[in-house]
Design a protein around this ligand. Structure first.
Ligand SMILES: Cc1cc(C)cc(S(N)(=O)=O)c1
Ligand SMILES: [Zn+2]
Length: 265
């Protein structure tokens, strides 16, 4: 029977380690990026992000976030700090109950309104994503910070399916021409990178994070749509309304001597 976990109370992040021991490990995510302590690495090749848009995908509410699964072998990531080729598996976001919080990583202590994770698995070293998710160098997550500002037209292609996944385990098939590359910032040469973990249980220490410096803008109304998703517990609050999925970000974790590299000076 899977162990329930969440973002508040007894099943919250402070207790994850009791059932998911990796959560108490030495290379956990997210972290604060202290820009005065990052180290420029001039050896990185250009990031190669090749996604096609004819990929069939489905959008699911897994009770912790929305997850757009992708099953195209044409969506690949390589270069930058990566030694191998990685394939896009899914993307999802983390957000907060208002625009002042929501990202998992922070920059010089600043928290953004949300954070996009494009999750890829190492197809050179492993035979399946399920295997890669547990292994060092198995996963690479392209990460973009999101702040409230002007509307983002690309995000509407995802948000338009939210009505089908309001309830937990709701799934919607997405067959339109949608290329998630449009969700990334224009500047894809300036990023920070470090070795960390899945930011939700089981918190496997298998992730290379690549975090773009440029912040993406979406409108406050679009952010409010993120918050409209309902959680798996969705136990009725005393007001009787469904609980909304809010603050699904993990607090920052100890750096434990890790160095965050920068692709820019
Ligand atoms: C549980 C989990 C699985 C995957 C593939 C990715 C993550 S995250 N939030 O670190 O991107 C979490
Ligand atoms: Zn994530």
């Amino acid at each position: 029977k899977p162990v329930a976990w969440g973002y508040e109370g007894d099943i919250g992040p402070c207790n994850w380690h009791k059932y998911f021991p990796k959560a108490g490990g030495k290379r956990q995510s997210p972290i604060d990026i202290d820009t005065s302590a990052t180290q420029y690495d001039g050896s990185f090749k250009p990031l190669r992000i090749h996604y096609d848009s004819h990929m069939c995908s489905s959008l699911t509410n897994n009770g912790h976030t929305f997850c757009m699964s992708v099953n195209s072998d044409q969506c690949n990531l390589s270069g930058g700090p990566l030694e191998d080729k990685y394939r896009l598996l899914q993307f999802h976001c983390h957000w907060g109950s208002d625009d002042t919080k929501g990202s998992e990583h922070t920059v010089d202590g600043h928290q953004y309104a949300a954070e996009l994770h494009l999750v890829h698995w190492n197809t050179d070293k492993f035979k399946s994503a399920d295997e890669a998710i547990e292994k060092n160098q198995g996963i690479a997550v392209l990460t973009a910070f999101i702040k409230a500002g002007k509307e983002h037209r690309g995000w509407n292609h995802v948000l338009s399916h939210f009505k089908d996944i309001k309830k937990v385990q709701g799934t919607s098939t997405v067959n339109e021409d949608f290329n998630p590359k449009c969700l990334l910032p224009e500047n894809q040469t300036d990023y920070w990178t470090y070795e960390g973990s899945l930011t939700t249980p089981p918190c496997h220490e298998s992730v290379r994070f690549i975090i773009f410096k440029e912040v993406v803008e979406v409108s406050s109304e679009q952010l409010a749509q993120f918050r409209s998703l309902c959680v798996c517990s969705s136990r009725k609050r005393d007001t009787g309304e469904d609980e909304h999925l809010v603050d699904n970000f993990r607090p920052i974790q100890p750096l434990n001597g890790r160095v965050v590299k920068a692709s820019f000076q």
